[in-house]
Write a protein that binds this ligand. Structure first.
Ligand code: PGA
Length: 263
């Protein structure tokens, strides 16, 4: 039997042995008014007790619907935040403001924040360290450009992002972190990375974590995940969940993905 086939079978067997429910995180980006958010929740209906659902809504929708999320056991938090508690930072939002709403998990370093708003690994690291000190969970996004994937530089790019974003984080706080691997070329394009690319990349990142941190952090895959491809990607052993943009805006799609993740 070919080596790759054998490896795939072994992966599947391990996957079946380790059955776990996957984390389903939705990034609403600059979408969903309060009214739309409420309609979404009504259509979504009940969330199972063992489902692990996280939402990153816009600030306004999050503030008004905080109780509705909490009632449904949906973990929620902002798509961005500032590392200072208060001050002259026009347009920013701080952790005390977020805490008041009952947020527990924050998103950091999304590729759109990096490319449109100049966020760097250094600024992301500062935010993440502050949020962890304050007791929040944080989901850090990393991802490579298409040219970096095609040239084979993706390994180096991702390992650098990971190492820089995690620099100086005390061991005791690592259990509050998630990594979302989102190839930039797959975000909002309808193109997902292949099963082999995802398995390979997540395995590579987990090796790097073992070497650098002495432990593995959960890694979610993001980039054009939808109700049609979630099952196949969810079977990859190294995938611990999804970070979903477009398909998290439609209650029926999101619900189907949650069902697929209930393994
Ligand atoms: P997408 O977005 O699912 O629409 O590709 C993912 C993301 O940006 O987090």
């Amino acid at each position: 039997m070919e080596k790759e086939k054998l490896e795939e079978i072994i992966r599947q067997v391990i996957s079946n042995m380790q059955k776990k429910s996957l984390i389903v995180a939705g990034n609403w980006k600059m979408n969903m008014t309060v009214r739309e958010g409420m309609a979404f929740l009504q259509e979504l209906g009940e969330i199972g007790e063992d489902d692990k659902v996280i939402l990153f809504p816009p600030y306004t929708t999050m503030a008004v619907l905080a109780e509705e999320f909490a009632k449904r056991r949906i973990v929620f938090g902002p798509q961005n935040f500032h590392e200072q508690d208060s001050g002259a930072f026009t347009g920013e939002i701080s952790l005390p403001m977020i805490r008041e709403l009952g947020c527990s998990c924050l998103l950091a370093g999304h590729s759109e924040r990096r490319s449109y708003y100049g966020e760097t690994d250094t600024s992301i690291n500062a935010k993440v360290r502050k949020a962890l000190r304050e007791g929040f969970q944080v989901m850090i996004c990393i991802g490579e450009q298409l040219v970096e994937r095609q040239s084979g530089r993706w390994r180096e790019v991702l390992e650098n992002q990971l190492t820089r974003d995690l620099q100086g984080i005390p061991r005791a706080q690592l259990s509050k972190l998630y990594i979302a691997y989102e190839p930039i070329w797959a975000i909002g394009t309808g193109i997902t990375a292949s099963v082999d690319e995802i398995a390979d990349t997540h395995a590579c990142l987990k090796r790097r974590m073992n070497a650098y941190l002495g432990q593995e952090l959960p890694i979610l895959y993001g980039g054009s995940v939808n109700e049609k491809n979630a099952q196949q990607i969810g079977k990859i052993v190294e995938v611990d969940g999804f970070l979903i943009g477009g398909a998290s805006l439609k209650a029926d799609s999101f619900k189907k993905i949650i069902e697929v993740c209930r393994q």
